[in-house]
Design a binder for this molecule. Sequence first.
Ligand code: THU
Length: 157
Amino acid sequence: MREIDIVTPIKAYAYEELSDNDRSLVDAARRAIAGAYAPYSNFKVGAAIRLDNGLVITGANQENAAFPSGTCAERSACYYAGANYPDAKFDTIAIAAVEPSGKEIKSPVAPCGACRQALLEYEKLAGHKVPVFLVGSNEIYRLPSVASMLPLAFSEF
Ligand code: THU
């Protein structure tokens, strides 16, 4: 028997500590929340993806009366990016959210498992680590890659 420890290194930043580039991506994720359609959960999420062609693609969660038919902000953004800019590689991702009260969530928002798996696909296509900023009102987490958010990911074909 041997034990295997999996460690996720996270850097926690104040907004002011971020570089101009990273701050603008966080701003884009926060702005993207305005596009959320979340009449059922009232939990609104925005995602922003900087591509290596310089464009920033955004998405927001879209809910549906038939609940499973809705989609998360992260997948709305990454599938739009993939569908419209198939040759562009992902560079950096930021995710932000507001709680039903309309206030930004305090602790950084973390993507659901399905979105981690979806984003991982594009990190693989990029061929390098894609840092992820998870935005909260008190601090902003920087993860070094999508893979670091999804240990033991399915990636067998
Ligand atoms: N949601 C996202 O958009 N991203 C996440 O990472 C977690 C959850 C959405 C799905 C649903 O519309 C609402 O938040 C509540 O789960």
